[in-house]
Design a protein around this ligand. Structure first.
Ligand SMILES: Nc1nc2c(c(=O)[nH]1)N[C@H]1C(S)=C(S)[C@@H](COP(=O)(O)OP(=O)(O)OC[C@H]3O[C@@H](n4cnc5c(=O)[nH]c(N)nc54)[C@H](O)[C@@H]3O)O[C@H]1N2
Ligand SMILES: Nc1nc2c(c(=O)[nH]1)N[C@H]1C(S)=C(S)[C@@H](COP(=O)(O)OP(=O)(O)OC[C@H]3O[C@@H](n4cnc5c(=O)[nH]c(N)nc54)[C@H](O)[C@@H]3O)O[C@H]1N2
Ligand code: SF4
Ligand SMILES: [Mo]
Length: 880
C-alpha cells in the first residue's frame, strides 16, 4: 500500500511516538515489511500534517536488529526464567536491604498504562518512591513551576491558541525542528494574518528564528532577568489586570518588588531590541509564551518558569483564546507520565506523595500494603545512589541513560557496577542495554497499544498495526508479570491495557473529589470496544468536569486558597566562563530522535546531518586554529567527545553547541552527556544540560577518511561515525597514524578479504581512493586525505551495487551535477540542487521551490531551511 492511498477506513489510526505534539497517524502494512504512513486529517493536533520524522515512521519498524528473546548475561533465556530471576532478585534485595534499595528509571515514552502499573508496583506494593523518569531531564522544572503557581501541573491552553494569538513568544524552544507541526501551524496562521508577530528568545540563531519578527539572542541563563523586567514594565505601563489579580492571584507585590530591582544588563540585549519586545508583549493582549528546554534545563529552570507565569498571571492573560503560558512537552507521553505520577515526588492523578490524605486515598484505592511517606530519589540522585551501592537492583525501561543522563560516564559505570540491572528495550545493543544483567525485549511503536497525552492535554490512542517481533512483550505485560511474581497476584491481574486505563480513570475521579483538576473519570466505564475506538479527547472529562478547552480562564486555581501564586524570583548571578573555556549548549537536530535507536534506521533521516558536530563561532575557530570540517576534541573533568567542526555565526563567541543524539553505537566519541555536569535546579532536580564548561582543541588526525559500504561497518579507527543511507552505510573516519598499506586497511575495514581492489593513490598529496568490487559490483569505497575529505558523498553512495570504476573519481562527471548535502529528506533534494534552481529559475518563495523541485512540499520540516537558503542566495544575488 502507498502512503497516499491511506484512509481511516483502510488504515489504523494511531499516534506518532516522537514529540509531544502528538500527531495522529494513519498506518498500514506496506507489504514489504514496513508501513505506509500518512498524517491523520481528523486528528486535532496535526489535521493531516506530519514532519520528516513522522513521515519516515514506516522505515523504522523492520525487525532487523530487534531483540527477540530475553537475555540473561548475554545469552537467550525463556521469559519464565528471566521474569523469575527479576522478581526473585528484586524481592530478595528488598527483604535484605529494604524497599529503598531498589529503583525503577522509566520514560516519557512509555504509554500511560505501562506507566500506571510501574508506578503502582513501586509506590503501592514495593513501598518505595524510587521511581523516576527521564521527564526529570525534560519537564521537571515546568512541573515545579506550574505547581508553585497553579497548585497543579497543568498546561492551561490548547494548540488553537497558538493560531489565535497576535503575538507568539518562543523562549528556549527550537520549535521548527523539535515540534515541527506546531511550528507549521503557527507559520500558516501568520501567513493568513500577517500582523501576527513572532519573537524568539534563544542565544542561538536557529531554524525557528527564520520566522521571527524579532530574535532576542539573550545571554544564556538570563531569562529570569528578562521576564522580571517584563513584569516591571507591565506594571509601569498600567497593564496589570487589577480585577483578575485582586480576585484570583496572590504575591503580585512581592514579585514586583523583586522584578523592579532586576538588572537587565546581564541579558546582553541592546536597549532598542529589549524595548521593542517589552512594548510588543505589554501592548498585545493575545499573547502566548511558549517555552521548552532553554527554560527547563537550567540550574534556575523552575524560577525561569515562574518568571514567565508571573507575567501571564499579572495580566490575566491565561486560559483565554489566544492567551497563556504554554510549556510544550518533549516526549509523546511526557504529559501522561506527569499525570500518572511517574516522578519520584508525585502520586497518580496529580496527587502529592507528601500529603497524608492523598497517600491514604491512593493506598486505599489500590489496597496497597505499603505506601512511601516521602519522595523517592530524583534521576541524578538515583544514579548517585546506584553508584555508591545504596540502590542494589535497578530496572530501566524505555530510556537510554548511559547516553542521555548528565555525567554519562559516571552513570554508565554506575549501571555496570550495579548488583542487578535490568533493561527493557527494543534492542539489546543500546549503550545502556549492553550494561545490564537482564535485557527484556519490549514491543515498540506500531506493535503496542495504549494511550498518550500530548502538550495540550489531548489523550490519544496508540494502536498496534504490526505483530510483536519474536517473543517481545508489551511493557505493561512485563511489569504486571513481575508484580504477580513478587506476590501481588490480585493487584496486577490485568488482561489488557483497557482494564488498566479504566482503573486509572476511576482513581482520577477520587483525585478530582480532593480538588484536583486532572479528571478523566468520564472514561472509567469505557468498554474494551469503546476504548479501542476512543477518539482524541482533551481532559478534564467527567460528569463533574466536562471536556474543557482551557483551564484557569475562570480564575479558579488548585492551590489551597484557590488563588494562583506569583513568585518573587531573582536572576541567579551569571556563571562566568573561565579563561580558555567555552560554554557548551546542547540540543536537538531536525531529523533525529534522542539516542537514534529508531530514527537512525530510516536512511532518509540520516541525510540531514550524518555525524556528531560542534557549532563554533568563526572567531573562536580562528583562535583555536580550527578549519571548517576538521575535528575538535571537547573535554572537561567529566569526559570528552570528538566532534566535526561546523563554523557558524549562529551563536555568540565563547559558546558552542552540540547535538545530543550520537552514542557509542553510532560514533567513536559522540556522547555529549559525558560532558554535562550533574548540576541540577534545586527546586525541580532537573539537570542544567545547556551550559557545561569545556575546553576545545584541534583533534589533529594524520588522515581523514570517508567510506561507503553495502554492509554495516565496524571501524576500529581512532575516529568514526556511522550512518545508514538508502543503498548501504556511510562512515566518516580519521586516524592518528597513517596505515602502512591502504589496500590492506581497506580490506580489513570492509571485512572483505576476497574483494577485487582498485585504487588511485597519490603519494605527493597523500590522498587515496580505493574501490572494492565483488562479482563486478561496487561493495565499498574509501577516500582518504590529510585534510577533511571533499568528495560528492550522495553521488558515491548511490554507486554502491553498480559496476565500473566510477567511484574512483570521487565525484560525478560534468553531466551529473552533485546534489550536495540533503535538505529535503522526503524527496532527497540537496543543497546544491536548490541553490541552482533558485538562481537559474528565478525562484522567489519556498512554495516556488516546492513546485520546481518538490522540496518542502511533503512534510514541510525543511521549509525554514529553504527560506534561509532563499534569503542567502537572493541576498547574495542582490549584492552582486
Ligand atoms: N527532532 C527532534 N525533535 C524533538 C526531539 C528530538 O530528539 N529530535 N526531542 C523531543 C524532546 S524529548 C524534547 S524535550 C523537545 C525539546 O525541544 P526544544 O526545547 O525546542 O529543543 P532543544 O534543542 O533541546 O533546546 C531548545 C533551545 O534552547 C536554547 N537555549 C539554551 N540555553 C538557553 C537559555 O539560557 N535561554 C534560552 N531562552 N534558550 C536557551 C538552545 O539554544 C536551543 O535552541 O524536543 C522534542 N522534539
Ligand atoms: N545534554 C543533554 N542531555 C539531554 C537532553 C539535552 O537537551 N541535552 N535532553 C534530555 C531530554 S529532554 C530527554 S527527554 C532525554 C531523552 O533521552 P532517552 O530517553 O535516554 O532517549 P531515547 O533515545 O528516546 O531512549 C528511549 C529508549 O527506549 C527504547 N524504546 C523505544 N520504545 C520503547 C518501548 O515502547 N518500550 C521500551 N521498553 N523501550 C522502548 C529505545 O530503543 C531507546 O533505547 O534526554 C535528556 N538528555
Ligand atoms: S511533529 Fe513530527 S515528530 Fe512530532 S508528533 Fe508530529 S509527526 Fe511526530
Ligand atoms: Mo525531553
Amino acid at each position: 500500500m502507498k502512503d497516499l492511498d491511506l484512509t481511516p477506513a483502510n488504515a489504523t489510526c494511531t499516534t506518532c511516538p516522537y514529540c509531544g505534539t502528538g500527531c495522529g497517524v494513519l498506518a498500514a502494512p506496506d507489504g514489504a515489511g514496513g508501513l505506509a504512513i500518512k498524517g491523520d486529517p481528523a486528528h486535532p493536533a496535526n489535521l493531516g500534517r506530519l514532519c520528516s520524522k513522522g513521515s519516515a515512521l514506516g522505515e523504522t519498524v523492520d525487525t532487523d536488529g530487534r531483540l527477540l528473546t530475553p537475555q540473561i548475561a548475554n545469552r537467550s533465556a525463556s521469559w519464565d526464567e528471566a521474569l523469575d530471576l527479576v522478581a526473585t532478585r528484586f524481592s530478595d534485595t528488598i527483604a535484605m536491604h529494604g524497599p529503598d534499595s531498589v529503583a525503577f528509571y522509566v520514560s516519557g515514552q512509555l504509554l500511560t498504562e505501562d506507566y500506571y502499573v510501574a508506578n503502582k508496583l513501586m509506590k503501592g506494593f514495593i513501598g518505595s518512591a524510587n521511581i523516576d523518569t527521564n521527564s526529570r531531564l525534560c519537564m521537571a522544572s515546568t512541573v515545579a513551576g506550574h505547581k508553585r503557581a497553579f497548585g497543579t501541573d497543568t498546561v492551561p491552553g490548547t494548540y488553537e491558541d497558538l493560531e489565535l494569538a497576535d503575538l507568539v513568544v518562543l523562549v528556549g524552544s527550537n520549535l521548527a525542528w523539535c515540534h515541527p507541526v506546531l511550528y507549521q501551524r503557527i507559520a500558516a496562521a501568520k501567513k493568513t494574518r500577517p500582523n501576527m508577530r513572532i519573537v524568539v528568545i534563544d542565544p542561538r540563531r536557529t531554524a525557528t528564528t527564520d520566522i521571527a519578527d524579532l530574535h532576542l539572542a539573550i545571554a544564556p541563563g538570563t531569562d529570569v532577568a528578562l521576564f522580571n523586567r517584563l513584569l516591571a514594565e507591565i506594571h509601569q505601563q498600567g497593564a496589570v489586570d487589577a480585577d483578575f489579580v485582586s480576585n484570583h492571584v496572590s504575591g503580585l507585590r512581592e514579585a514586583l518588588d523583586t522584578a523592579s530591582s532586576t538588572d537587565t544588563a546581564e541579558t546582553g540585549l541592546p536597549d532598542d531590541q529589549l524595548m521593542h519586545f517589552l512594548n510588543l508583549w505589554v501592548r498585545t493582549e493575545k499573547v502566548v509564551t511558549v517555552f521548552s528546554q532553554g527554560v527547563n534545563q537550567s540550574a534556575q529552570g523552575s524560577d525561569k518558569v515562574n518568571a514567565i507565569l508571573n507575567c501571564h498571571l499579572a495580566t490575566g492573560r491565561i486560559g483565554q483564546p489566544g492567551m497563556g503560558p504554554f510549556s510544550v512537552t518533549g516526549q509523546p507521553n511526557a504529559m501522561g507520565g506527569r499525570e500518572v505520577g511517574g516522578l519520584a515526588n508525585m502520586l497518580a492523578c496529580h496527587l502529592d506523595i507528601e500529603n497524608p490524605d492523598h497517600r491514604a486515598l491512593v493506598g486505599g484505592f489500590w489496597s496497597a500494603p505499603a505506601m512511601p511517606e516521602r519522595p523517592g530519589l530524583k534521576a541524578v540522585d538515583m544514579f548517585r545512589a546506584v553508584a555508591d551501592g545504596r540502590i542494589k537492583a535497578l530496572w530501566i525501561m524505555c530510556t537510554n541513560p548511559a547516553v542521555s543522563m548528565p555525567d554519562a560516564d559516571a552513570v554508565r559505570d554506575a549501571i555496570a557496577g550495579c548488583d542487578f540491572a535490568v533493561v527493557s528495550d527494543l534492542t539489546g545493543t543500546t549503550d545502556t542495554a549492553r550494561l545490564a544483567d537482564v535485557v527484556l525485549p519490549a514491543t515498540g511503536w506500531g506493535e503496542k497499544d495504549g494511550t498518550v497525552t500530548n502538550s495540550d492535554r489531548t489523550i490519544s490512542r496508540q494502536r498496534s498495526v504490526l505483530p510483536a517481533p519474536g517473543q517481545a512483550r508489551h511493557d505493561w505485560d512485563i511489569i504486571t508479570e513481575i508484580g504477580r511474581r513478587m506476590g501481588w497476584q490480585a493487584a496486577f491481574d490485568y488482561s489488557c491495557p483497557a482494564e488498566i486505563f479504566r482503573e486509572y480513570a476511576a482513581l482520577s475521579g477520587l483525585a478530582a473529589a480532593q480538588g484536583k483538576d486532572f479528571d478523566i473519570s468520564g472514561l472509567a466505564d469505557l468498554s474494551n470496544t469503546e476504548y479501542d475506538a476512543l477518539r482524541p479527547i482533551r481532559w478534564p472529562v467527567s460528569a463533574r468536569n466536562k471536556p474543557a478547552d482551557r483551564l484557569f480562564g475562570d480564575g479558579r486555581f488548585f492551590t489551597a486558597s484557590g488563588r494562583a501564586n506569583m513568585l518573587a524570583v531573582e536572576q541567579a548571578p551569571s556563571v562566568r566562563t573561565p579563561p580558555h573555556r567555552f560554554r557548551l549548549n546542547t540540543g536537538r537536530i531536525r531529523d533525529q530522535w534522542h539516542t537514534m535507536t529508531r530514527t537512525a534506521r530510516a536512511p532518509r533521516l540520516n541525510q540531514h546531518y550524518g555525524e556528531p558536530f560542534l557549532e563554533i563561532h568563526p572567531e573562536d575557530a580562528l583562535a583555536l586554529g580550527l578549519k571548517p570540517a576538521e575535528l575538535a576534541r571537547v573535554s572537561n573533568q567529566h569526559g570528552h567527545a570528538v566532534l566535526r567542526v561546523l563554523i557558524t555565526d549562529r551563536l555568540r563567541p565563547g559558546t558552542v553547541f552540540a547535538p545530543i543524539h550520537w552514542t557509542s553505537e553510532t560514533a567513536s566519541a559522540g556522547r555529549i552527556g559525558t560532558l554535562v555536569p550533574p548540576r541540577t535546579d534545586p527546586v525541580s532536580g532537573q539537570p542544567d544540560s545547556k551550559s557545561a564548561m569545556v575546553s576545545i582543541a584541534p583533534y589533529a588526525p594524520e588522515w581523514y577518511g570517508f567510506a561507503v559500504s553495502s554492509t554495516p561497518l565496524a571501524p576500529k579507527t581512532d575516529y568514526w561515525a556511522n550512518a545508514r543511507h538508502s543503498s548501504g552505510w556511510r562512515s566518516e573516519l580519521a586516524g592518528l597514524q597513517t596505515p602502512d598499506n591502504w589496500e590492506d586497511f581497506a580490506r580489513a575495514l570492509f571485512d572483505a578479504p576476497g574483494a577485487q581492489v582498485s585504487s588511485v593513490i597519490d603519494p605527493a598529496k597523500s590522498t587515496t581512493r580505493i574501490a572494492l568490487h565483488d562479482n563486478g559490483a561496487l561493495i565499498g569505497a574509501l577516500y582518504t586525505a590529510p585534510e577533511p575529505v571533499a568528495v560528492a558523498r550522495a553521488h558515491i553512495s548511490a554507486l554502491l551495487g553498480t559496476p565500473g570504476a566510477a567511484a574512483l573519481a570521487g565525484r560525478p562527471g560534468q553531466d551529473q551535477p552533485d546534489p550536495g548535502a540533503t535538505v529535503c529528506a522526503c524527496f532527497n533534494v540537496g543543497v546544491n540542487t536548490i541553490i541552482a534552481a533558485i538562481t537559474q529559475q528565478n525562484l522567489l518563495s519556498v512554495d516556488e521551490i516546492g513546485t520546481a523541485l518538490q522540496a518542502g512540499s511533503n512534510c514541510g520540516s525543511c521549509r525554514p531551511e529553504l527560506a534561509a537558503l532563499l534569503n542567502a542566495t537572493l541576498g547574495q544575488a542582490a549584492a552582486e
